[in-house]
Structure formats: structure tokens, C-alpha cells
Design a protein around this ligand. Structure first.
Ligand SMILES: [Zn+2]
Length: 296
């Protein structure tokens, strides 16, 4: 409730900036989500459609940043990371209703298991094996994997899409797919060999389920990347790779360092500030002023 009120106040403060951003045609608006509820997601999409945005695929993004086609419309590229069950339950009906495409970056082990390793880690956060779940994003992948294997099993309902749901997503004609590694590994915490195996595994499993080998675009899990991981994805022939850096996609941008702004399940006013990159930097500035450390 407090957050909603704050969003409405900030929306008024940022109103001019939002209007100015919403008129831009010189760059691609790049937005992504994770586990979406239907109502806030549909409100955001309806707003974008009513404001004449044209939803595009990664192929079109590629063509636009290379300058093969003119940037002459309000283009938006919509993507989702991981493969959450809500992608089928809540996102797909909205894509179908508005007849728009979206990219789903799938971590294939999640589809097999029904959960992600970080969900299992969070469920067992009282474990003596680590102080905070965040630590596990920062250690070498082999170490992380050993810790996860020692934890009690994941409990609770499935949180990821199953194979049948992925197939239906593909059959709808509105979903396209990207590689997000098999076990949602941090690209920069793997050796080149480990990362290569992880990417190939995801490609193979996705090819078997959807017929799409997910070799055009990659999304760095958690946005982590380094020189080695970029080399691996280039060697594998990917054309694009997405980060979680805030910003627009411009003509001439590095195709392996695409910016994206995250939206969530907040109210429309909050999500408009999120997609135009106003929300997070504002709160980071406040935190800096207050001397609060950012734990992410
Ligand atoms: Zn992810």
C-alpha cells in the first residue's frame, strides 16, 4: 500500500520525463520480467499498445541495431527470464489477446526439475552451508553446485513451466525462445568449458521440446558477464545477448551487451517508471544519500 502511494507521488514528479520517454523513436524500449501476475502485466501491455508501441522480435532488434532497417517507430522488445509457470498461465493469454511477440529465456534444468536452484537455496536459507543466499551467486560454479546438492530437496508446488506448456507457448506463434543456460549458472563464475556445456545442454533440451535450439539470443543469468563468457557465446554463433543493465537499445550498440529495464507486479505508475529506467536509479540515489549498502 505504501509502495503504491509512493509510486503515485513519484509518477507526478516524473510525469514530464515519462511523457518525453514515451515519445522516443530513436531507440528501442527494452523491457523484461520474471514471475508475472496477470493484472499488472496486462495493464502495462495495454498502456504500451494504446501508446502506439510496436512489439518486435530479437531478429528485428538485431536488424535495427545494425542499421539494416530505420529506427522510425516506437519499438519495444519484451522478454522474460527463467521459464516461470506464470509465463504460460498469465503472460501467454495477454500475448494472444494483444497479438504481440515475446522472448522467453529458458533455464532448461528448471523445466526438468519444476524449480530453480536458487528457490531451493532460499527455501533452505537457515542452512549452515551459507550465511545468505546471495553468497551463492558469487562463488565458482562448481562450489555452488556442491552446496546445492547437499541441501534438503525442494518442497512445494511446481514454479516453472512444464514441457507441455512450453510446447503450447511455441505453438501459439507469439513466443520465441532464447538460451539462459541449463542450470541458471552465472556466466562469469564458470570456466569457458563449463559454460559451453551449460549452453549446449539448454540448446539440446529446448530443441527437443520446442524444435527451437535457442542459438540466436542469450540472456546472462543474473546479468553476470565477463570477457570469457562473451567469448563463449560469440564462438557459439549467438547474434545477441541480453544483460540487466538499465537503459535503451540504440543504433550501433554492442549486440552482446543489450540493456533491459525490469518491470514487476507493482501498479502501472511504478511499472512505467521501471520501464523508462527512472525507478531503480532514483532509489539507488536515495540509498546512497542515506548510506544504505546495496546487497545485490
Ligand atoms: Zn534468470
Amino acid at each position: 500500500m505504501m509502495r503504491k502511494l509512493l509510486a503515485k507521488i513519484l509518477y507526478l514528479i516524473f510525469y514530464k520525463k515519462i511523457v518525453k520517454s514515451s515519445l522516443r523513436q530513436d531507440a528501442i524500449l527494452s523491457i523484461y520480467g520474471h514471475d508475472q501476475q496477470k493484472e499488472p502485466f496486462e495493464k502495462l501491455i495495454a498502456w504500451l499498445v494504446n501508446h502506439d508501441y510496436v512489439f518486435i522480435t530479437p531478429e528485428k532488434v538485431y536488424s535495427l541495431i545494425l542499421g539494416n532497417e530505420p529506427l522510425d517507430k516506437k519499438y519495444v522488445w519484451l522478454s522474460f527470464d527463467d521459464g516461470w509457470k506464470s509465463g504460460y498461465d498469465n503472460v501467454l493469454p495477454v500475448l494472444e489477446k494483444y497479438q504481440i511477440p515475446a522472448t522467453f529465456f529458458i533455464a532448461s534444468k528448471g523445466i526438468e526439475d519444476g524449480y530453480y536452484w536458487y528457490s531451493r537455496a532460499f527455501q533452505n536459507r537457515e542452512s549452515d552451508l551459507y550465511k545468505e543466499v546471495d553468497e551463492l551467486w558469487k562463488i565458482p560454479n562448481v562450489e555452488r553446485s556442491k552446496v546445492i546438492d547437499k541441501l534438503p530437496a525442494y518442497k512445494g508446488p511446481r514454479i516453472t513451466m512444464n514441457e507441455e506448456e512450453l510446447k503450447k507457448l511455441k505453438r501459439s506463434g507469439f513466443a520465441n525462445f532464447g538460451n539462459h543456460t541449463h542450470d541458471h549458472v552465472m556466466s562469469d563464475k564458470c570456466t569457458k568449458q563449463e559454460l559451453s556445456v551449460e549452453i549446449d545442454k539448454c540448446s539440446l533440451i529446448m530443441k527437443n521440446i520446442t524444435g527451437d535450439d535457442c542459438s540466436f539470443i542469450y540472456s546472462y543469468p543474473n546479468g553476470n558477464l565477463d570477457v570469457n563468457s562473451v567469448e563463449v557465446i560469440k564462438e557459439k554463433g549467438f547474434k545477441l545477448a541480453a544483460t540487466v543493465k538499465i537503459g535503451w537499445i540504440n543504433l550501433g550498440d554492442n549486440p552482446f551487451d543489450l540493456r533491459r529495464n525490469e518491470f514487476n507486479n507493482g501498479c502501472l505508475e511504478e511499472n512505467l517508471m521501471q520501464i523508462y529506467g527512472l525507478w531503480t536509479p532514483f532509489f539507488n540515489r536515495i540509498k546512497r544519500l542515506l548510506g544504505v549498502k546495496n546487497h545485490k
